[in-house]
Design a binder for this molecule. Structure first.
Ligand SMILES: [Cu+2]
Length: 110
């Protein structure tokens, strides 16, 4: 009767598996970083509606590995530019779209 050997082996693994599952619970803090609210603060410096460009003095853009600076961005939706004016404080997200760093989401900071 060698069929009992695999059963014993399986039982021996159980305690280790249980401890591992418990230790994973300490990683719950990862849930406190929702991507949707990961916006960067900036100040509008220049708007070029024709070229669909906006110059923003911005804080660090973590997803692009970029430190804070003043630079121009393409805009995905030119309608965004009608909602802002030079000097506005904004929160925005930017991403690489077709090789150009592009503002993908923008809202006025309150
Ligand atoms: Cu930049």
């Amino acid at each position: 009767m060698k069929t009992s050997i695999p059963l014993v082996a399986a039982l021996a693994l159980l305690p280790a598996t249980f401890v591992h599952a418990q230790s994973n619970k300490t990683h719950d803090d990862m849930k406190t970083m929702p991507e949707s609210t990961d916006m960067t603060h900036g100040e509008i410096k220049k708007i070029d509606t024709g070229a669909k460009l906006v110059t923003i003095k911005h804080g660090p853009l973590k997803n692009l590995g970029m430190p804070g600076m003043t630079m121009s961005f393409s805009v995905k939706d030119p309608a965004l530019l009608k909602q802002i004016k030079v000097g506005d404080q904004v929160n925005f997200t930017a991403d690489m779209v077709n090789g150009a760093i592009t503002v993908t989401k923008l809202e006025l900071a309150k």
